[in-house]
Design a protein around this ligand. Structure first.
Ligand SMILES: *[C@@H]1O[C@H](CO)[C@@H](O)[C@H](O)[C@H]1NC(C)=O
Ligand SMILES: *[C@@H]1O[C@H](CO)[C@@H](O)[C@H](O)[C@H]1NC(C)=O
Ligand SMILES: *[C@@H]1O[C@H](CO)[C@@H](O)[C@H](O)[C@H]1NC(C)=O
Ligand SMILES: *[C@@H]1O[C@H](CO)[C@@H](O)[C@H](O)[C@H]1NC(C)=O
Ligand SMILES: *[C@@H]1O[C@H](CO)[C@@H](O)[C@H](O)[C@H]1NC(C)=O
Ligand SMILES: *[C@@H]1O[C@H](CO)[C@@H](O)[C@H](O)[C@H]1NC(C)=O
Length: 342
């Protein structure tokens, strides 16, 4: 599905070697002498000349990026602004831009910088001070990470031409449901959306039917729209833990869709177990107010071919014990190897 071209593979291997995801760790093993055009404050390994490492150097300004650079690492600096022109030699070649852990605000990202990048595939912009998303014009964008900012709006239409965008991470922001209405309609290949730790009152509307993963933990979600999941036939993993879901906010059959494998409704205010489909494998309901075990939530009929595929079920920190489970449960829940009551 995602053919790895050779340079990308090289990057992945290099990154694995130098613990890319540990930003405090310098990529020491791969630093040799720097390439000829490299900025003096950065490193461009001879063995990997299309990458420029400028991370963790207390930089206050983005250096002029030399021709030929495709991968630019600027995380963990003290950047407060991005000046016009710094990307002028790489506008149609820069593929990865990593800006995590700086102090960037929208007002100080000058016109003539990110808005010129037409080939960007990955934009990592977490742990900054953005109040609105910064989206490059590149139609090749595949991955967008803007977690731990101060995003309070995500205007609709910004992602409309991002046909290859598969993953959006915007957890830990200040987004409300109104602020993201229609924001994710555009990217028709979107697989994964994480909107956890925001201020949503409902699950995001207008998300593409390609979606497989939706995480909305730690919001203020009180109800699920009727038929919400029927419009997402590929959805496998749905997490809505640490919200305000009550029985009255869950329409009959809301979670009874065959695509779901994992459903996390833990840390809500449910008093009964919502109906689920026979195909669900992981179901998390701990820390609710559940006070009865209704087997019909899992199986309406039980027979040789009609039984729940549930493997793991968590019911701990509720108001029930294993004595609440009727004896017939063994037939319906015949694959459940792990049912937790405490
Ligand atoms: C940018 O491109 C111009 C024109 O090709 C060239 O003169 C200049 O040296 C380049 N600057 C860098 C930092 O690569
Ligand atoms: C960014 O936000 C942090 C935390 O709220 C704050 O301390 C800092 O002053 C902000 N920096 C800028 C440049 O706005
Ligand atoms: C989207 O990805 C495909 C497959 O990698 C590629 O051929 C195509 O050019 C990309 N589209 C854009 C607009 O970059
Ligand atoms: C789920 O929906 C199917 C098909 O509509 C139905 O046959 C089944 O009884 C429902 N399951 C539960 C637990 O409500
Ligand atoms: C039982 O399972 C079979 C085969 O999956 C299905 O065709 C039938 O509709 C199911 N019966 C009920 C009552 O759900
Ligand atoms: C817990 O369950 C018991 C027995 O079903 C019931 O008497 C009690 O009121 C319940 N407590 C709460 C807080 O729902």
């Amino acid at each position: 599905m995602f053919p790895l071209r050779l340079p990308l593979l090289a990057v992945l291997i290099s990154l694995a070697l130098c613990q890319f995801y540990d930003y405090d760790e310098q990529p020491v093993p791969m630093l040799g002498p720097s390439g000829p055009n490299c900025d003096r404050e950065c490193d461009c390994p001879i063995s990997f000349p299309s990458a420029m490492y400028c991370d963790s150097r207390k930089l206050k300004a983005v250096p002029m990026v030399p021709t030929g650079i495709k991968y630019l690492y600027l995380q963990n600096n003290q950047l407060e602004d991005i000046k016009a022109g710094v990307f002028d030699n790489v506008t149609d070649t820069l593929r990865w831009l990593v800006l995590d852990k700086n102090q960037l605000t929208n007002g100080k990202i000058e016109k003539g910088s990110i808005d010129k990048l037409t080939a960007l595939e990955k934009l990592f912009f977490s742990f900054n001070n953005l109040t609105e998303p910064i989206i490059p014009p590149s139609k090749a964008l595949e991955e967008l990470k803007m977690t731990h900012n101060k995003l309070s709006k995500f205007p609709s239409g910004l992602l409309d031409d991002k046909e290859n965008l598969t993953s959006i991470n915007i957890q830990h922001n200040q987004l409300t449901s109104d602020a993201i209405g229609g924001a994710f309609k555009g990217p028709k290949k979107l697989l994964s959306l994480d909107v956890s730790h925001n201020k949503l009152k409902k699950l995001p509307v207008g998300v593409p039917s390609s979606l497989e993963i939706l995480y909305a933990d730690y919001n203020n979600i009180e109800s699920i729209a009727k038929e919400y999941l029927n419009k997402l036939p590929s959805l496998r993993y749905l997490r809505i833990s640490h919200n305000k879901l009550m029985d009255s906010g869950i329409p009959a059959g809301a979670f009874n869709v065959t695509s779901l494998l994992e459903l996390d409704l833990s840390f809500n205010k449910l008093q009964s177990i919502p109906e689920i489909n026979e195909m669900l494998e992981q179901f998390y309901l701990q820390a609710n107010e559940i006070n009865k075990f209704d087997l019909a939530s899992f199986c309406k009929y039980v027979g040789p071919l009609n039984y729940s595929r549930l493997k793991h079920l968590r019911l701990d920190a509720n108001n029930i014990t294993h004595h609440s489970m009727p004896a017939e449960s063994v037939n319906c829940l015949r694959q459940a190897s792990d049912i937790m009551f405490e």
